[in-house]
Design a protein around this ligand. Structure first.
Ligand code: ZN
Length: 404
């Protein structure tokens, strides 16, 4: 069955879809609800229809294709997104949607009907170019709020204003729900890191999407003349902050997570003034809440030791993948002779929203040199094809495994 998977067609479609909104020298410009984004969605809709799927666009702009199942069971859903960041690459999201089309093409060409109905979904506005992102999948699961849409979108206006301008009915987006009960969601996506490529492993099995915790740390010193203030008499807020920044890195390394000081504000930020006040943003990401708790305690203690004050910011819980679905992916890959490796996802994906309504699992394809959200983003052709075959094998495994 998987032997009939048409890899060449998948590669041709990656090129065709990748040309929509591609600007030479500037990469993919398919920001959510922009003209090229809507054109790409209509293209996906037409591909679904050409494969004999019943297909429609829901109130959020999600493109949904449907194949009936052979038994009275809830649906299996597969898919990803086709919107991009400004200056993105042609694999992020698109590979998952096109591999889904390739799976449907294989099923049709082999005259195979799954036991479960199948939904193939191209989610809208996955990238953080709109507030409430991933917006399309959040709307799909019924989690979208007006407040979230009042935040800024990529064109400077609120997301709600951008949507209204494009003819979307915001109230209908908020009232949106899945079209039918869903038993499981499988998302294929590029890794966007370099663990698979550097290990030479073709398939990643995602253990979960990491939790994110952000903190703001304030260091209060004393601004003073940089020429006349003796070194011994200074209260330099940036010097106070420096050991804390190193402590963030050390705590992350020691606990096997990632930690970043990505933004720093120095007052008054002048070359001839001793810094009087520093504010920095810290974020840590990891899969295990207990580990994040431990690092959080260390960071609070380190901030105090450096005479800083740590404040709590935004927090997102880890979203773990379903062990049975992970095992199904691994069984499917084993039968195909494809090596797999378990790994966390450091980036958010549509799957984390789907987790609110059903179990999920994700397949990662290798990203060359870990480059993503850039025009140079690249996944080797054979890796794209293998990931698509792995998706089909996993889908068949899950279809056989789940009786509800
Ligand atoms: Zn993506």
């Amino acid at each position: 069955m998987v032997a009939a998977f048409d890899g060449e067609q998948l590669l041709a479609e990656l090129d065709a879809l990748g040309a929509i909104g591609w600007k030479p020298g500037a990469g993919l410009q398919r920001m959510a609800y922009s003209d090229p984004d809507l054109e790409a969605r209509r293209w996906v809709l037409a591909q679904m229809q050409a494969l004999g799927m019943q297909a429609w666009i829901d109130p959020a702009g999600n493109v949904i294709g449907y194949l009936p199942g052979g038994e009275a069971l809830p649906a299996l859903a597969i898919g990803s997104h086709t919107d991009s960041v400004p200056g993105g690459g042609k694999f992020d999201g698109a590979l998952g949607v096109l591999a889904g089309l390739a799976c449907v093409r294989t099923l049709r060409s082999q005259d195979v009907q799954l036991r479960h109905p199948l939904l193939l979904i191209d989610f809208a506005a996955e990238e953080a170019t709109t507030s409430a992102s991933p917006t399309g999948s959040l709307s799909f699961v019924g989690g979208l709020t007006q407040t979230a849409l009042d935040g800024p979108g990529w064109d400077g206006r609120s997301t709600a204003a951008l949507l209204a301008d494009r003819g979307f009915d915001v109230a209908a987006m908020i009232a949106n729900r899945p079209p039918m009960p869903i038993a499981a969601f499988l998302e294929l996506h590029i890794e966007q890191g370099e663990r698979l490529a550097s290990a030479g492993v073709p398939i990643g099995v995602v253990e979960g999407i990491v939790g994110i915790r952000r903190y703001y740390v304030h260091f209060q010193g004393q601004a003073n003349h940089a020429g006349t203030t003796d070194m011994a008499r200074r209260r330099d807020a940036l010097v106070m902050a420096a050991p804390f920044i190193l402590a963030v890195r050390d705590a992350a390394v020691a606990h096997g997570i990632v930690g970043t000081v990505g933004r720093i504000e120095v007052h008054p930020n002048a070359p001839n003034v001793v810094p009087g006040r520093v504010t920095l943003d810290v974020e840590i990401r990891g899969l295990d809440d207990a580990v994040l708790d431990r690092v959080e305690t260390i960071l609070a203690a380190e901030a105090a030791r450096c005479e800083g004050r740590l404040h709590f910011g935004h927090r997102k819980e880890p979203v773990l993948a379903d062990p049975n679905l992970m095992a199904a992916i691994e069984r499917g890959c084993k039968a195909l002779g494809l090596r797999t490796m378990r790994l966390p996802s450091g980036a958010g994906h549509d799957a984390m929203n789907l987790a609110a309504i059903c179990p999920y699992a994700m397949i990662f394809a290798p990203s060359e040199q870990g480059v993503s959200h850039a025009p140079e983003e690249w996944t080797q052709p054979h890796d794209c094809i293998n990931a698509g075959r792995a998706l089909l094998a996993a889908l068949l495994e899950v279809d056989a495994m789940l009786d509800a």
